[in-house]
Design a protein around this ligand. Structure first.
Ligand code: NAP
Length: 291
């Protein structure tokens, strides 16, 4: 396919590289242009403006947050005003349900297609084309975007004809991961202060009842205290809990655990955690325990 890619951060760089490897023609745009150099060396075309990444059959955006997606999509010469009729905007950023709804309407109004395709997997999975893609949108647009999903991920789950459903599911997943990080951090603080070796404890847990990658990977980060460099930065984790709570409020779904996580992230950020991985909230319980 002839596609554009906007947002060459931790995730976007690997995703764009895999589109190139799969044989697609890729025009890349990033706000900080230097980050495009390695991809251009691999055969990507440089797009110096957002509009220049919107000349093909589809454009994929992988940006930090709602503000970034809003400015790139709705700004002057942004995606909505530049994409050809019938072309697809594939939005892979973790954004709010409300913004996804606005994008769906705006693209539809001018005859473009919008597919929401947030992903599960950290930058290492993005680099290895091992992401899990959660896709939702009009079936014809989702089908047309499938070669993109197959190039960046190991499996695609098509959930709904309504794009915002994918955003809600992605947020719910990150809420679950953050809950796991918090509860595992508390359990580690408990056994650690009680004199049990945390590594042995984690080995026992992940070889028995909790034999799943998420416990192994995040458990390893918490036990090792290895929160830098961040794979998924704490402010983005905080954003996801905030967006989960916004969706919950809209749907009138009380989520007491999400409210607690919101405060955990604020504590982390208030103590200088901006550059840490979001799993650093898993170390707060040990601090609270004076361990
Ligand atoms: N990291 C993960 O493990 C992970 C996993 C799944 C999903 N996600 C989601 O994927 C998205 C990207 O995450 P990431 O880890 O790749 O983030 P990141 O490394 O911080 O990259 C963010 C990207 O957004 C761009 N950006 C930020 N603000 C902008 C603005 N106002 N205008 C234009 N561009 C702007 C940045 O451009 P500059 O280079 O110029 O700063 C960069 O390209 C987020 O929504 C995140 O929640 C992340």
């Amino acid at each position: 396919m002839n596609v554009g890619f906007i947002g060459l951060g931790r995730m976007g760089t690997g995703m764009a590289a895999n589109l190139l490897k799969a044989g697609h023609q890729v025009a890349v745009y990033n706000r900080t242009p230097e980050k495009a150099a390695a991809l251009i060396a691999q055969g990507a075309k440089a797009a110096s403006r957002v509009a220049d990444a919107c000349r093909g059959e589809a454009v994929i955006s992988m940006l930090a947050n709602d503000d970034a997606v809003e400015s790139v999509a709705f700004g002057k010469d942004g995606i909505v005003s530049s994409l050809p009729t019938g072309a697809i905007h594939v939005s892979s950023s973790t954004i709010s349900v409300a913004l996804s709804e606005r994008l769906t309407e705006a693209h539809s109004k001018v005859g473009q297609c919008f597919v929401s395709a947030p992903v599960f997997g950290r930058p290492d999975a993005a680099a290895a084309a091992k992401l899990f893609v959660i896709a939702a949108g009009e079936p014809a647009a989702v089908a047309a975007a499938t070669p993109i999903f197959e190039s960046i991920g190991q499996k695609t789950f098509v959930l709904s004809n309504t794009p915002k459903a994918a955003n809600l599911v992605k947020l719910s997943g990150n809420f679950l991961i953050a809950s796991m990080i918090e509860s595992l951090g508390e359990a580690l603080a408990l056994v650690g202060k009680g004199g049990v070796d945390p590594r042995q404890y984690l080995e026992m847990l992940t070889s028995s009842l909790f034999n799943v990658p998420i416990y192994k990977n995040y458990g390893g980060l918490i036990v090792g205290g290895t929160f830098e460099p961040a794979g998924f930065a704490a402010p983005l984790g905080q954003k996801d809990i905030r967006l989960t709570l916004a969706a919950a409020e809209e749907l009138r779904v009380p989520m007491p655990l999400a409210s607690l996580l919101r405060d955990r992230f604020l504590t982390l950020l208030a103590h200088g955690g901006d550059n840490l991985d979001w799993s650093a909230i898993g170390a707060l319980a040990a601090k609270d325990a004076g361990a």
